[in-house]
Design a protein around this ligand. Structure first.
Ligand code: FE2
Length: 400
């Protein structure tokens, strides 16, 4: 049986900056029905439903499913009573992301440093222990409903062991005989890791949170080809990209801007109880065409890209690439068009990307499927096309 204590965990390396991030440990979703959500993400996106913590493992507070694909770990959590804090959050915001958690060397030290830097604690360090090993977590509050947990792991719960199929934490068990798991191994969707996660904050608050990530987390503004404010007539949003010291994770932060029509960021906030949160999670693939083709076969609903987009895209993208001495886009142009994929380029190379429609009924969280061929930016050149596509969706929802 797992034990919970608040005892201090011994430090591994005092010379290490406690805010050095080793990995994205996991992303935690609060959902209304984790059992059904697990089936959706497994069926639509090819995740393995790998582990569970629920009534059958002695967890009487919530049901938690660990879904994995490549180096992506998602926890889907559903409260089992109205007393659980997740119940109130789901009531206010619907299904969505609560926690982007980072593996660190020492969670307690990371939390101490972040709170000393001015971060507000979400919860104090706690250590879960059993014969297999320990896991220590501590959380800080970032924008809106979102928190960042710091997670440090020892023994059998070490990250390398977890990546090889080890248990996530005390109180979890492996899921046996989940039908879709075998199917997904035969028909992989090819998603490898979390490339970036984008947050929406209120108008006028972007720079506040940029500073917060600098001061509290030790992040820096990510310098790249389109690092200036990307507000345009079309996008009606402003965005700045924050990156962790080792560029493990990039966190663009959006705020709405005044435009002719209602900003997509404003629409998000209105359906998210006027509370900032994660707008999209970008999942990286090495092969955009194969991933998107498989996801489409599985019924994933992607944004429809206007036909007119493909009339100009190759000229725009290839001209940029050749002017910087790069090869043109190697993917078959007709297939890119048939699959409705977006392409963009900068001085470092190009990228392919595509955005799903919202993953739940509220127009809030969605996924991006991204493949990078040298480019480290975020598809600035697609903003116009994307904005038009998003706007027509917004119009269909009566929110324009
Ligand atoms: Fe993105």
């Amino acid at each position: 049986m797992a034990t919970l204590s608040t005892s201090k965990q011994s430090s591994t390396d005092n010379s290490t900056d406690p805010l050095t991030l080793i990995d994205v440990d996991h992303v935690r979703f609060f959902v209304g029905n984790a059992k059904q959500s697990a089936f959706f993400y497994a069926s639509a996106f090819g995740f393995q439903v790998d582990q569970i913590s629920d009534l059958t493992t002695g967890n009487r507070e919530s049901a938690q499913y660990l879904l994995t694909q490549g180096n992506i770990r998602i926890i889907l959590e559903t409260p089992l009573s109205h007393k659980h804090p997740a119940s109130e959050e789901i009531k206010l915001h619907g299904d969505g992301i609560k926690d982007v958690a980072f593996t660190v060397f020492d969670a307690e030290k990371a939390w101490e440093r972040a709170t000393k830097n001015g971060g507000k604690s979400a919860y104090e360090p706690r250590t879960y222990k059993d014969a297999t090993g320990t896991i220590t977590t501590a959380g800080i509050q970032t924008y809106g409903r979102l928190i960042h947990s710091f997670v440090s792991r020892t023994g059998g719960y070490d990250l390398p062991k977890l990546k090889q199929g080890g248990l996530f934490a005390p109180g979890y068990r492996k899921v046996e005989n989940y039908g879709l798991n075998a199917f997904n191994l035969q028909r992989p969707c090819g998603l490898k890791f979390v490339d970036h996660c984008v947050g929406n904050v209120e108008m006028g608050k972007m720079n506040y949170w940029v500073k917060w990530y600098e001061e509290v987390m030790g992040f820096a503004m990510f310098k790249h080809f389109d690092d200036k404010d990307i507000a345009t007539d079309f996008s009606a949003l402003m965005s700045k990209v924050m990156a962790s010291g080792n560029h493990l994770i990039k966190m663009p932060i959006n705020e709405p801007a005044d435009g002719k029509r209602k900003s997509q960021i404003q629409e998000y906030l209105e359906w998210h109880n006027m509370t900032p949160g994660i707008q999209h999670l970008a999942l990286r693939t090495d092969d955009e065409l194969t991933s998107v083709a498989e996801l489409r076969t599985r019924g994933v609903d992607f944004l429809a890209i206007p036909e007119t987009y493909y009339e100009t895209v190759w000229k725009r993208v290839d001209a940029m690439l050749t002017s910087h001495g790069h090869h043109a886009v190697k993917e078959d142009h007709q297939r890119v068009r048939d699959l409705g994929i977006l392409v963009d380029s900068d001085d470092e190379g190009y990228l392919l990307q595509l955005f799903t429609k919202p993953l739940q009924d509220r127009p809030t969280l969605f996924f991006e499927i991204i493949c990078r061929r040298g480019s480290q930016s975020f598809g600035k050149g697609n903003f116009k096309a994307l904005f038009e596509a998003l706007e027509s969706e917004q119009d269909r929802r009566g929110n324009l």
